[in-house]
Write a protein that binds this ligand. Structure first.
Ligand code: GLU
Length: 281
């Protein structure tokens, strides 16, 4: 097996030190393995992604000394592939339309008989209000959810994966998937575009990714990705979840922490090697 990895930023803000660490680590690991490093622009959230941020991604990464193969896969241009994956899952009877708003979900999940609402990788676990709805009832304003119970029932054995990073491997179990993850959204209702879990799985396969290198904040979502790969008949890469870069107070960096934007360090005259030192590479 070769070594193909990727960096997959969403251009919704400036890249910060956390992104620099993730991109540099993936690039270094690919170089060391004599492998390939790809870039993917995760721009399905058209309301928040901008061409200016996207241009800055290329500029910051090139400044850091990274190079990548072209053409770059941009998710906004890959919609037919997500539609095909949805059609495949719908054909297996695993999808249903959902008209619940966030408020509906919060209210249903905190009804007195439900106890305290449970949280999964995507927030409050969906209480199943629309689960009875048929796929054929789907309308323009619906989101699309995966019927997790049916999905795990389809599998005689649940798939597993290999983790080589700092986060312990999570075992896929029926109980974890149905009770602690639940019926996740695979296409959003407002934009009708594929949700992250679906697009990431489709594109990792399309780009022949063998090693997914990303922050450990995404590790709880990995069982979802591994399950979707199995359902869609796609290969499961090796996962390497890395430590997160934190600020002085130990809080993980977010895009709004512009003080840590790479662009700012550049403007202050720091070098790419300074950035490597700051993130401990
Ligand atoms: N686009 C995601 C992010 O910006 C990363 C997805 C991934 O690496 O799987 O956090």
């Amino acid at each position: 097996m070769g070594f193909v990895t990727r960096f997959a930023p969403s251009p919704t803000g400036q890249l910060h030190l956390g992104h620099a660490y993730s991109a540099l680590l993936a690039f270094d690991m690919a170089q060391k393995a004599g492998g390939r490093f790809l870039l993917r622009i995760e721009d399905t959230d058209t309301a928040r992604c901008t061409p200016v941020f996207e241009a800055q991604v290329y500029d910051d990464l090139a400044w850091l000394g990274l190079s990548w193969e072209t053409p770059v896969l941009r998710q906004s241009e890959n919609t037919p592939a997500y539609e095909a994956a949805l059609a495949q899952l719908a054909g297996m009877g695993l999808l249903y339309p959902c008209s619940c708003t966030r408020g509906d979900i919060r209210r249903a999940a905190s009804a007195p008989q439900e106890g305290a609402p449970m949280h999964g990788p995507d927030g409050v676990i969906y209480p199943g209000t629309c689960r009875h709805r048929a796929w054929s009832e789907r309308s323009e304003t619906d989101a699309i959810r995966l019927h997790m119970g049916r999905a795990v029932d389809l599998m005689t054995t649940l798939p597993q994966y290999i983790e080589t990073g700092v986060h312990p491997e999570l075992r896929l179990t029926r109980a974890h998937l149905t009770d602690e993850i639940g019926d996740i959204v695979l296409a959003r209702r407002d934009t009708k575009t594929a949700a992250y879990h679906l697009s990431v799985v489709v594109d990792d396969a399309a780009q022949d990714i063998t090693h997914v290198i990303r922050g450990e904040d995404l590790a709880p979502a990995t069982p979802i990705h591994v399950l979707l790969q199995a359902l869609l008949g796609l290969p499961t890469p090796i996962y390497h979840h890395h430590r997160l870069i934190r600020d002085d107070l130990g809080k993980r960096l977010a895009k709004r922490d512009d003080a840590r934007a790479i662009a700012l360090y550049r403007a202050e005259g720091h070098t790419p090697q300074d950035i490597r030192n700051m993130v401990g590479l």
